[in-house]
Ligand binder design. Structure first.
Ligand code: GPK
Length: 833
């Protein structure tokens, strides 16, 4: 189905105007026009931010016609829409990405340069919207890019946090959190739509009543209400007319909030209500894969879910359809359990507000919703205490009880007398303080349940969702994650992109499998030389950046060994440190040791309340302080912790990497997506058989991947036989020396207490089994060292890695979702001139 729109474009065909024209002179005029009329500045008074804003508006003007055309086709009853419900969207800066997707990078660059300015400087000044923690939020952003690029009508629904993920500073080697004021200069990419605001209820009580047809009904009398105001951001597809919408909700007080209070003279109380309402969308919870169980978090979840579902229902009705066919027009994907209260809210809207029968509403709900699980970590499985849930959402608790009672009746029929199984499957955890299990709610209320990599999806079926899998195997599937090559290659690595273009032509950015055509180039010495030179240049750029940001000088001719991701014990950044200390120890013992120089680069944020993760950062910076200053080793070893790792910085780091550290304990990293970004940019991976590493290795070939560590089954076996980390410490001389060196205070000015919590945890518990994997890791790193010194072969492997990454384009992931879960098709849009 191709649809045409003939919306007025307010521009005369054949005549370049300031809002749409792409001629260099037109672009310049438009840019200065926006600077003057929107930003209110003359060039002689304008700051870099002013110029950035003027350029952002100039680019926005050039996508508006397509954006409105896409909005317009959503109203057609036959057009199916994907709604992606996510508490996080880690979008990264928009300007550069939109220049790429609109294919106007070159003319804009020329226009800006002819205006005496530097395009990169304007791109670099954008404050990135950090509305997510890490992998899960960034995945949502890559998926929006692919949905638009594949011309699938879609809306991303989330929260417009006023403060996103905190900015990280490193003070005396420790992480310090700074508020992220990303909206401080205004946001040129968003458009507020207050006319589409919705009302959200909280608290209060429920009341049964009989309707005029004598049917039993329930009415929810809320204790308070807030308004949800939508803010829309255009999501451009690559070289297509589709421009989808990211709709983020801001919480505000209802307009009438102040009347009673004002009349009673309670001005402060009235204004305070407004403040309280607005807290809901104030700040992103900065915990990754760790629940906090705070009331405000549940309020945030319900807030954006209810706003989004009301928006979906309005669109359904406005398209001329009834709610009976909601599932035919909409497919709603729940990004983890954060939006899973949608199951109960959609039931409430259909049954209580739109008067559908329960069974009918349940059929629509389960056909509309689908659930993606992103982790097996028990501490990330969301649960809400029944009392908290009931006080905030009394009607939803009743609905969940009703869903549960009907569900458990079916389970009893299927497994008579199996009380243990019933207890596992129940939506309510009856142990101790009773709680609502959000993953169970999501499973029961969805028609599809997927994990994010093949191994993860298998483990889900075997472990955390085993009972659900036995009961409803047909719901389970896998969709391996992917990343967008537009941002992670074209935008972040223009030099490599140009080199690839020269070799295989263009078109591969939307058909990433075509990178296979580079395989033959791996055997071409000339091409290898060019590849190496590109990498070398980018490493030099990163080295400059590191010197500017940290004062540490690093040698671009050393092996750039990089681990960037959230700091978490299961990701084992401290295993990487044990290797660094091993090399340090070796070099101190034998200064003439033959080895390639290495620069270890780390980046990542720790949850503010996660002491162990913060101490890992302090360990990295402390080891760095000693190593970088020691003349015996610092010609071959450097250790850098780069503060404030975010999307913007990722764009610098992936292209410069040669070795990608993906070293989680097998079975714990659901997928990983950084692993894909590294490989696409020609880094080799050292990794365990975990998450998508398994599939990356399959694609690039075992000979082009550095594998180490226990497999999932070995981890399980070792754990069940009783894991004793101390035995590894006592039987491995080097490991003992390395741990003793850290414990002795060598890296902490003699302080033996600083790292004791980390060391004791490793020696006495080691839940992530670093000590068991240590030797295998060090041996594998020695193999890396030898391989790196055969530089021709290294470059060959690097090219082959990039060439074989086609599978990990998020376009492939979205096609999988579209075919197996959403039944969504491309709707190419033709715009009449
Ligand atoms: C998983 F459960 C969660 C979470 O709360 N936050 C988060 O970033 C990540 N994730 C996984 O840890 C990664 O393995 C995975 O690639 C990513 O989600 C996207 O699926």
């Amino acid at each position: 189905m191709t649809v045409s729109t003939n919306l007025p474009s307010f521009h005369t065909p054949g005549v370049e105007d300031d809002r749409t024209g792409l001629g260099i002179e037109t672009l310049k005029r438009a840019f200065f026009d926006n600077l003057y009329y929107v930003q209110g500045k003359l060039p002689n008074r304008a700051s870099t931010v002013d110029y950035y804003m003027a350029l952002a508006y100039t680019v926005r003007d050039r996508l508006l016609q397509r954006w409105l055309a896409t909005e317009d086709i959503l109203t057609r009853p036959e057009v199916r829409i994907v709604g992606y419900l996510s508490a996080e969207f880690l979008m990264g800066p928009h300007l550069g990405n939109n220049l790429i997707n609109l294919d106007i990078y070159a003319p804009v660059k020329q226009a800006i340069e002819e205006s005496g300015l530097n395009l990169q400087e304007l791109i670099d000044i954008e404050e990135e919207p950090g509305l997510g923690n890490g992998g899960l939020g960034r995945l949502a952003a890559c998926y929006l890019d692919s949905l638009a690029s594949l011309q699938i009508p879609a809306i991303g629904y989330g929260i417009r946090y006023e403060f996103g993920i905190f900015d990280q500073e490193i003070v005396d080697g420790w992480q310090v959190e700074i508020t992220d004021k990303w909206l401080k200069y205004g946001n040129p990419w968003e458009v507020a739509r207050p006319e589409e605001a919705v009302e959200i209820k909280f608290g209060g009580y429920t009341q049964p009543y009989t309707d005029d047809q004598g049917r039993y009904r329930v009415r929810w009398v809320p204790g308070s209400t807030v308004m949800g105001i939508p803010y829309d951001t255009p999501i451009t597809g690559y070289n297509v007319n589709t421009v989808n919408t990211l709709r983020l909700w801001k919480a505000e007080a209802p307009e009438s909030f102040d009347f009673t209070a004002f009349n009673q003279g309670d001005y402060w109380g009235a204004v305070n209500d407004k403040v309280v309402s607005e807290t809901i969308s104030k700040v992103l919870y900065p915990n990754d894969e760790q629940i906090q169980g705070k009331q405000l978090r549940l309020q945030q979840q319900f807030f954006f879910v209810s706003c989004s579902l009301q928006d979906v229902i309005r669109r359904q009705l406005e398209s001329g359809r009834t709610l009976d066919t909601l599932h035919e027009k909409f497919s709603l994907q729940m990004n983890d359990t954060h939006p899973s209260v949608a199951v109960a809210e959609l039931m409430r809207l259909l049954v209580d507000e739109h008067m559908l029968e329960w069974d009918h509403a349940w059929d629509i709900t389960t056909r509309t919703l689908a659930y993606t699980n992103h982790t097996l970590l028990p501490e990330a499985l969301e649960k809400w205490s029944v009392s908290l849930f009931g006080s905030l959402l009394p009607r939803h608790l009743e609905i969940i009880f009703e869903i549960n009672s009907r569900f458990l009746d079916q389970v009893r029929l299927r497994y008579p007398g199996d009380e243990a199984r019933l207890g596992q499957l129940s939506l309510i955890d009856e142990g101790g303080d009773r709680s609502v299990r959000m993953a169970n709610l999501a499973c029961v209320g969805s028609h599809a349940i997927n994990g994010v990599a093949a191994l993860h999806s298998e483990l889900l079926k075997k472990t955390v969702l085993h009972d659900f899998y036995e009961l409803m195997p047909e719901k389970f599937c896998n969709v391996t994650n992917g990343v967008t090559p537009r941002r992670w290659l074209a935008l972040s690595n223009p030099r490599l992109t140009a080199l690839i273009d020269r070799r295989i032509g263009n078109g591969w950015l939307t058909h990433l499998d075509r990178l296979r055509e580079l395989e033959s180039a791996a055997d071409d010495a000339g091409f290898r030389h060019e590849w190496r030179m590109v990498k070398r240049d980018i490493k030099a750029d990163l080295a400059d950046h590191i010197a500017n940001r940290t004062g540490i000088s690093v040698n671009p001719d050393t092996l750039f060994d990089i681990q960037v991701k959230r700091i978490h014990e299961y990701k084992r950044q401290h295993l990487n440190v044990l290797h660094i200390v091993t090399l340090y120890h070796r070099l101190k013992q034998n200064p003439n040791q033959d080895m390639a120089g290495r620069t270890f680069i780390f980046g990542g944020k720790a949850a503010p309340g996660y002491d162990m993760a913060k101490r890992i950062i302090k360990l990295i910076t402390s080891v760095g302080d000693v190593v970088n200053k020691d003349p015996d080793v610092s010609d071959r070893l450097r250790v850098v912790f780069l503060p404030d790792y975010n999307v913007t910085f990722g764009q610098r780091v992936y292209p410069a990497a040669e070795l990608s550290e993906q070293i989680s304990l097998a079975g714990l990293e659901a997928s990983g997506t950084g692993n894909m970004k590294f490989s696409m940019n020609g880094a080799l991976t050292i990794g365990t058989l975990d998450g998508a590493n398994v599939e990356i290795r399959e694609e690039v070939g075992a000979e082009n991947f550095f594998l180490f560590g226990m497999k999932t089954e070995e981890v399980t076996a070792l754990r069940s036989q009783g894991y004793n980390p101390m035995s590894y410490y006592h039987s491995n001389e080097t490991l003992k020396a390395v741990i003793d060196l850290i414990a002795s205070g060598h890296f902490s000015h003699g302080d033996r207490e600083l790292f004791r919590p980390l060391i004791d945890n490793l020696l006495y518990h080691d839940p992530y089994m670093l000590l068991a994997d240590y030797q295998s890791y060090v041996d594998c790193q020695d193999q890396v060292d030898r391989a790196y010194r055969d530089s021709e072969n290294w470059v060959r492997m690097s090219i082959l890695n990039a060439a074989r990454m086609g599978k990990f384009s998020s376009d492939r992931s979205i096609q999988d979702y579209a075919q197996t879960i959403w039944q969504a098709d491309a709707v190419p849009i033709e715009i009449e001139a």
